[in-house]
Write a protein that binds this ligand. Structure first.
Ligand SMILES: Cc1cc2nc3c(=O)[nH]c(=O)nc-3n(C[C@H](O)[C@H](O)[C@H](O)COP(=O)(O)O)c2cc1C
Length: 198
């Protein structure tokens, strides 16, 4: 295939695209929304044409520790695919434990790197992790190694676009190191949704 830059790329080196095609090359995607993206809403969205739907963001700590939190917040069914489950958190092992609980019921695990709210600042997650590349690299590496499903990151776009590219490249390189395939392209693994700059 040929990238926009004109560079030609061996598609077998693009696991992100493989994943994208495996889930049906979705063009209509419903982003995660806290207190909205429950099972009923996701099914409704699918009925009206959504081809890929996210859950709302789940706090990995609460998800791991609380059976009530899990049962109240996460339900799914056969119709509810393809599905990406989103978690927030800053501890790679807890994020992995949470993700393992749902990996057989979804198509990918997303890490929330976009939430700009006070609760995310206090909890040290979401957009407040975007500057912490070492921590992020560890989270992505631990999840990529430990999960059967792909890992995606939903980030904000910096006003300095090159900085956004550098963030994505860092995360992609971590994943490539995990799968022992070193190639360059920001499009390969991560879905980066364009949202207003922080
Ligand atoms: C009510 C509401 C809840 C949201 N919850 C989340 C969330 O849980 N995780 C997340 O990554 N983004 C969340 N977002 C951001 C959206 O996923 C999306 O990125 C944002 O609304 C911009 O997309 P739009 O321009 O299509 O609205 C939320 C947005 C809204 C309006």
């Amino acid at each position: 295939m040929t990238l926009n830059s004109g560079e030609s790329v061996d598609e077998s080196l693009l696991p992100g695209y493989e994943f994208f095609r495996r889930i049906g090359s979705p063009k209509t995607v419903v982003a995660p929304m806290v207190d909205q993206s429950d099972l009923a809403y996701r099914c409704l969205c699918r009925r009206y044409g959504a081809e890929l739907v996210f859950t709302q963001m789940f706090n990995a700590n609460c998800f791991v520790q609380g059976i009530d939190y899990r049962e109240e917040n996460f339900q799914t069914c056969a119709y509810d695919r393809p599905l990406i489950v989103q978690f927030c958190g800053n501890n790679a092992n807890i994020l992995l434990q949470a993700a393992k609980m749902v990996e057989d019921k979804c198509d990918a695990i997303d890490i929330n790197l976009g939430c700009p709210q006070g609760i995310a600042k206090r909890g040290h997650y979401g957009a407040f992790l975007m500057e912490e590349l070492e921590l992020l690299a560890n989270i992505v590496s631990v999840l990529s190694k430990g999960l059967k499903v792909p890992v995606t990151c939903k980030t904000r776009i910096y006003k300095d676009f090159d900085k956004s590219i550098r963030l994505c490249e860092t995360l992609v390189q971590v994943i490539y190191a995990v799968i022992s395939r070193i190639e360059q392209s920001i499009n390969r693994i991560l879905f980066t949704r364009r949202v207003p700059p922080c």
